[in-house]
Each structure stands twice: as structure tokens, then as C-alpha cells.
Write a protein that binds this ligand. Structure first.
Ligand code: MGD
Ligand code: MGD
Ligand code: SF4
Ligand code: MO
Length: 651
């Protein structure tokens, strides 16, 4: 039997025996896997949430469902929110989306992908017309140059990084651009230690040089790109020396980079949270898209802008419509789309949107404008920024429901009702990985709780809605796949549920055959500039805090922290600090330190590394990390600025 990994966006296929093993014939992972991925066989039994709780007391599942249904019936739909997760399967997402937008008629349904991929979604939509990733994992085997900017796949996408190492053996060159000398940087042909937030300056400088040295593809631009003249005019007004100084990159290193770019017949740019999680997340994405569009390095084998999806099904969530900013299947909230979707679901009308995004729901709660919040497969108290504010806001919501497969999340402390769910290993369905490949997730253990979609369907039925009497995950998938016929670009209706276990289905293979996904088939470039970090270091808070992942832990650790073999890599709490900075503060390796921001503080231990001077790094596996982070969000994507909070460090 085969299933798919429930951790990162690579989406490795596993053979299930008494242990999990990468499937050799599966093109996504070609037999590879990582220690965290295969450890999941151990996580199915440990730390499980198995009871329903109402106000902390064990209760009957049916009683909880009826209570939720009653509260929803008596609430203004605008005051009801759903907070979902890029780790839910397509089927779980589909039923939740249908319940919220089609029947309860609230558009306030968002997902933790807001904190993760939202800037990339907007970047793709603004430039190529749709949230469509135009690169595949296999392209890495056909590229001359891979530029990783704000991404550390050596720890965050391990099997992808194995593919990168293999491509390097065959001659591919690797550039890593990151303020930290990350594990990925150790393998780079060129490492560029950028100043936190200096990305747009760097990318603009590259664009200027491409223009000045006639390395742009004018034929491609004339045929396929709008906005080039405006972009060129604005870029050429900038001062190159200033851009270089602001990027923090050494002039000789920059020239080395330009040489590598000029010598490459094609290139891929891969990025993740160092780009997306910023108040300029969208603009950073646009600056990357500009490079590919002015050189014509897109929609060709071995080239393109590749946003690495973090969670296993963040892509699927975007496709189904789990973001507050879309209605369903890549359809925005236009009157025409609302009619089409209403007719598909057999309702008079669907909700009007867009709805409140993740952090906006918290702000609404704080103002007393949210009565019900249903949280599924994610831990917002742990993961949203400015945690003290989040905690206060949650206390003001009448009914917080948490659906989780495991115990002791941070959100559980604020939940009025907790409902247990079946995790990976016990549940069935499908998920889409970072390159649009759909794979089956298959149950191989007896179910100890209901699957997420069954819980949403039970709530729907308890309220008295029709349309929730699905009999299986396959049944849900088949309804969802029919719905993709309404979509402008998703062709999942061609997939077959039973075949997905062995044969991957990649949606949208022909999507760019006749041009980009905009109305006039042309892509658009935008001039963007670096408007600086929201919080600059000053004498009181002299460091910029970066946050991110370590290889063998998964976020809050409800699964990975309980695996014996991964424990020695746990490093749950530490800060990385530069040697000179540590010296000036009298800090030695292993010393206890306090990190303080304008929003909160935490205690941890010092680890001396090659991180850029003036920056420190704390892993997000320290559950307290978001007591420190600032509440700012990108004005368009509404993605939080997790990476750039000003802090001080005290021994
Ligand atoms: N082991 C493990 N793997 C995971 C996860 C996990 O929890 N554990 N989570 C998954 C998820 S949900 C996600 S979203 C992905 C995230 O995948 P990544 O984004 O690759 O992981 P991060 O550790 O967040 O790394 C972001 C990098 O950006 C750098 N950075 C910070 N600020 C800037 C900046 O201004 N400019 C530039 N250029 N770089 C900057 C940081 O130093 C860091 O090295 O990982 C996925 N994979
Ligand atoms: N400072 C800082 N904060 C960040 C980030 C950062 O880089 N820096 N990154 C952000 C990003 S990119 C992300 S994706 C988020 C991740 O943040 P979260 O989504 O909050 O992190 P997880 O620990 O993965 O939470 C998943 C939850 O789902 C539960 N679960 C597991 N399996 C199942 C199941 O089958 N069903 C149900 N119902 N529950 C299940 C787990 O027990 C766990 O409580 O964090 C964000 N927050
Ligand atoms: S690389 Fe990602 S998908 Fe593959 S086994 Fe590891 S965590 Fe799972
Ligand atoms: Mo993420």
C-alpha cells in the first residue's frame, strides 16, 4: 500500500510496510525520503487527543456537535470564523469551504497558508494572472543555475535538497542568498549574505544590469510582457551603488553572481519564507517575477520562478478555495462567480466576500466582532505574531472550537470545545504538492476518531443543511473534482481518485500553452522599491530577529517532539548569534540569554554561528517565539512580517 507524507510540500510517496519507505518509481521523490517524514509511523499512537471536551470536561461527540450547530444558528454569519490549515487534505478543505461559504454564508474562512504562501499567491496572480506555479521539481535537472533566496531547503525541504545536490553533481550551479549561513548555504557555489530585507535592492540591481548589458529578451517582452517600458524607466533612475550598499552584498561577490547569471542558459529562482513573510512580501515576489519575465526565463524547461510550498497541502487549500480572498477553485468573488458556485452547491446564493484574513479575524475578535471561531489542524495561538494580543483576542470569542488529532497545542488552552480527529495514517484523501502533483493519502491504521471533513459534515447536518451526506473521501473528491470544471485553470476533473495512489496527476499541464492566464494573455511586470523594514534596529533594540525551521522538527512539535530518534536533534530553544555580537555582550556558547522585543520576551540559550552581524535567529520550534514577533502584515497579501522584529539580547 502507498500513501503520501503529511509534512512538507515536496509530497514524497511512501510504501507502507512495518515502516515507511520512499517509493522508487514515484517521480516526485524517486525513492527518497527524510528522517522526519518516515518517523510518522511512530506518531500515529503518541500524544493523541482521543476524547471530546466541553469546557475541559470529557463529553459526548454528538453533544459538542449540537452545541456548535446551535451557536452557529444563533449567530450573525459575519461573526463566525473558520481557521484552517495547509496540512488538511483536499476533501477536508472542500467540505469546510462548502459549509462556510455556501451554507453558513460566512466568507471568514482563512488558513495558516496566509502566514506562509499568501505573498506568493498575490505575486503570481498580479504577474501571470493566476495562482499557478509554472515550474516543476523535474526542472531542477535541466537548469544551469538555481538561485535560492530566503529559503533553506536543506532543512525545510530535504528531498528537494537531495535533488539539488544531485543536479549540482551534473554541473548545476547554486547561489544562496540569506542573512544566515544556513545549511543550504554550505553547499552553495556562491553565498551572498544579504542584509535582512535587502532583497528588493538586490533584485532591482540585477534587473538594471540585465537591462544595461542588453541581456533582456526583447522578442519575448514584445510578445508576452506588459509594463516593461515603465519598469525600465524607473529602474534606470536608481543609483546602483546605493542599491548594492543597501543589499549588504560585497561588490566582488555581486560581480561573481552576475557572471554566473550571464553564463547560464537558463535559471530557476526558488524562494520561501525569507521572501514571503514580510510587509513587502508581495513586492519581493514581484521583483523576482520581473527577472524571469524580462529575460523570458519562464514557461521553458529548466527555468522559472519557483515558490516552494511549505506545507503538504497548502497548494490544495489554495485550489479548493480555503483562503478568505477567493471563493472556490481559483474563482474570485465576482457576481458571476458567486452565481456559478451557488448553482453548483444548490443554494440560492453564497456569501459575499472577500472575508477576514487570519490576523484580521484576530483583530475582529479583539474588538468583540467574532462570536465563533472553529480552528482545524493548526495552532494559531502558537503561530500567529504578537502572541499576547492573540491570547487576549481569543478570550473575547464566545465559542472557540479546536479540532486536533493531538494533545496540548497552545490553542487548546483557549478552546471551549475540543474535538479529536484522525491523523495521517488513519485518514483518506488527496493532497497537492508544490509542483501541482496530486497524490493519495491512504489510511493504513484503524481510525480512532473522525476525519476532519466528517466533523464539518456532521456540523452541517446538525444545523439542518442538505449536501453533507457524503459517504467516503472518494465521494467528496468526486464532487470537488466536478467543481473544478468551473475553474479558469484547474483541470482536476480529469483525475481519477483510485489511480492517484500509483500514478501522479499533475493539474494545469497545458495551462500556459496559449499564453499567460491574464485577459490579454500577457504577463505584467511592476516597478517596486525597498521601503525598508517596518522595524529598524535602534539603540534600544539593536538586533533584527529572524525566525525559521530546523530539519527534524515540525512546527509546534505535537508530532515530532515525541519521536525518540528525532529528539537528539530537537534544539527546541536556542538563539543563533554572531561571534562579534556575542563578544560585545559578553555572551559565550550555551549561556542563558533573554530576548526582548516591544511585544514580549523569552528565555533561551546562545549558539554562536556565522549569522550576519546585527541579526539573530530563533527556531519556530520554540513554542514561545511569537511572544516576540511584531504584528505588521503586508498590506495586500496580509502575510505577517515574522522575520524582521527589532529585539535586544541580554545575558
Ligand atoms: N523540518 C521542517 N521542515 C519544514 C517545516 C518545519 O516545520 N520543519 N515547515 C514547512 C513550512 S510550513 C514552510 S513554510 C517551509 C519554510 O521553508 P523555508 O522558508 O526554507 O524555511 P525557514 O527556516 O523559515 O527559512 C527561511 C530563511 O529565510 C531567511 N531570511 C529571513 N529574512 C530574510 C530576508 O529578509 N531575506 C532573505 N533573502 N532571507 C531571509 C532565514 O534566515 C531562513 O534561513 O518549511 C516547510 N518544511
Ligand atoms: N515566528 C514565526 N511564526 C510562524 C512562522 C515563522 O516562520 N516564524 N511560520 C508560519 C508558517 S509558514 C506556518 S505554515 C505556521 C505553522 O503553524 P501551525 O499550523 O500552527 O503549526 P503545526 O504545529 O504544524 O500545527 C498543526 C496542528 O495540527 C494538528 N494535527 C496534526 N494532524 C492533524 C489532523 O489530521 N487533523 C487535525 N484536525 N489536526 C491535526 C497538530 O497536532 C498541530 O496542533 O506557522 C507560522 N508562524
Ligand atoms: S522531504 Fe518533505 S515530503 Fe519528503 S519525506 Fe521529508 S518531510 Fe516528507
Ligand atoms: Mo508554512
Amino acid at each position: 500500500m502507498r500513501t503520501v507524507c503529511a509534512y512538507c510540500g515536496v509530497g514524497c510517496s511512501f510504501e507502507v510496510e512495518d515502516k515507511l519507505k520512499g517509493v522508487k518509481s514515484y517521480p516526485v521523490n524517486e525513492g527518497m525520503s527524510c528522517s522526519k517524514g518516515i518517523s510518522q509511523i511512530e506518531t500515529i499512537e503518541k500524544n493523541r487527543l482521543l476524547n471530546t471536551y466541553i469546557n475541559g470536561k470529557v463529553a459526548k461527540y454528538e453533544e459538542a456537535i449540537n452545541l456548535i450547530a446551535k451557536k452557529i444558528k444563533n449567530s450573525n454569519p459575519k461573526k463566525i470564523g473558520f481557521y484552517l490549515s495547509g496540512q488538511m487534505l483536499n476533501e477536508d478543505y472542500y467540505v469546510a469551504n462548502k459549509l462556510a461559504k455556501g451554507f453558513i454564508k460566512t466568507p471568514n474562512i482563512d488558513t495558516n497558508s496566509r502566514t506562509c504562501m499568501a505573498s506568493a499567491v498575490v505575486g503570481y496572480k498580479k504577474t501571470i494572472g493566476s495562482d499557478y506555479v509554472p515550474v516543476k521539481l523535474s526542472d531542477i535537472n535541466h537548469t544551469d543555475l538555481l538561485i535560492l533566496i530566503g529559503a533553506n531547503p536543506a532543512e525545510a525541504h530535504v528531498v528537494l535538497f537531495n535533488k539539488i545536490k544531485r543536479a549540482k553533481k551534473n554541473g548545476m550551479k547554486l547561489v544562496v542568498i540569506d542573512p544566515r549561513f544556513s545549511d543550504s548555504a554550505k553547499y552553495a557555489d556562491l553565498y551572498l549574505p544579504i542584509t535582512p530585507g535587502g532583497d528588493i535592492d538586490f533584485l532591482n540591481l540585477v534587473a538594471i544590469r540585465l537591462i544595461k548589458e542588453n541581456l533582456v529578451d526583447m522578442n519575448f517582452i514584445e510578445k508576452w510582457v506588459d509594463g516593461y517600458d515603465e519598469l525600465k524607466k524607473n529602474l534606470l533612475k536608481l543609483n546602483e551603488k546605493e542599491l548594492l550598499a543597501k543589499s549588504g552584498i560585497d561588490a566582488r561577490d555581486f560581480e561573481k553572481f552576475m557572471e554566473m547569471l550571464k553564463n547560464a542558459k537558463n535559471f530557476i529562482t526558488g524562494w520561501t519564507m525569507g521572501i514571503n513573510q514580510s510587509i513587502q512580501g508581495v513586492d519581493k515576489n514581484l521583483a523576482i517575477m520581473n527577472l524571469h519575465l524580462i529575460t523570458g526565463q519562464i514557461n521553458k524547461k529548466g527555468s522559472g520562478p519557483f515558490s516552494f510550498t511549505g506545507q503538504p497541502n497548502a497548494m490544495g487549500g489554495r485550489e479548493v478555495g480555503g483562503l478568505a480572498t477567493t471563493l472556490a477553485v481559483h474563482l474570485d468573488y465576482t457576481p458571476e462567480n458567486r452565481k456559478k458556485v451557488a448553482s453548483f452547491w444548490g443554494v440560492d446564493e453564497v456569501c459575499d466576500g472577500p472575508g477576514l484574513t487570519a490576523f484580521e479575524m484576530i483583530k475582529a475578535a479583539n474588538e468583540g466582532k467574532l462570536n465563533v471561531l472553529i480552528v482545524c489542524h493548526t495552532d494559531p495561538v502558537y503561530h500567529l505574531p504578537n502572541r499576547k494580543f492573540v491570547e487576549e483576542a481569543l478570550k473575547k470569542i464566545d465559542l472557540v472550537v479546536e479540532i486536533n488529532a493531538y494533545e496540548a497545542s497552545e490553542t487548546s488552552k483557549f478552546a471551549d470545545i475540543q474535538i479529536p480527529a484522525a491523523p495521517f495514517g488513519e485518514k483518506d484523501g488527496t493532497q497537492t504538492n508544490m509542483d501541482r502533483t496530486l497524490t493519495r493519502s491512504k489510511a493504513f491504521k484503524e481510525k480512532k476518531a473522525k476525519q476532519d471533513w466528517e466533523i464539518f459534515a456532521d456540523i452541517g447536518k446538525a444545523i439542518g443543511f442538505r449536501g453533507f451526506d457524503f459517504t467516503s473521501s472518494k465521494d467528496v473528491f468526486n464532487e470537488y473534482k466536478e467543481m473544478t470544471r468551473l475553474s479558469p485553470d484547474i483541470d482536476i476533473y480529469k483525475a481519477n481518485y483510485d489511480e492517484l495512489e500509483n500514478k501522479p496527476f499533475i493539474w494545469g499541464e497545458d495551462a500556459l500553452k496559449n499564453g499567460f492566464l491574464t485577459e490579454n494573455k500577457k504577463a505584467k511586470v511592476y516597478y517596486v522599491e525597498n521601503k525598508e523594514l517596518h522595524e529598524m534596529p535602534d539603540s534600544e533594540y539593536p538586533f533584527i530577529l529572524l525566525t525559521g525551521r530546523t530539519r527534524d522538527q515540525w512546527h509546534s512539535g505535537t508530532k515530532t517532539a515525541f519521536v525518540e530518534k528525532l529528539k537528539k536533534y530537537k534544539h527546541l530553544s536556542f538563539i543563533e548569534i554572531n561571534e562579534e555580537d556575542a563578544k560585545s555582550l559578553g555572551i559565550n556558547e550555551g549561556d542563558e540569554v533573554k530576548v526582548i522585543s516591544r511585544y514580549g520576551k523569552l528565555k533561551t540559550k546562545a549558539k554562536i554561528t556565522d549569522i550576519k552581524k546585527g541579526s539573530i535567529f530563533i527556531s519556530i520550534h520554540d513554542r514561545n517565539v511569537n511572544y516576540l514577533t511584531n504584528p505588521n502584515i503586508d498590506p495586500i497579501s496580509k502575510e505577517p512580517d515574522y522575520n524582521h522584529t527589532a529585539v535586544k539580547v541580554v545575558k
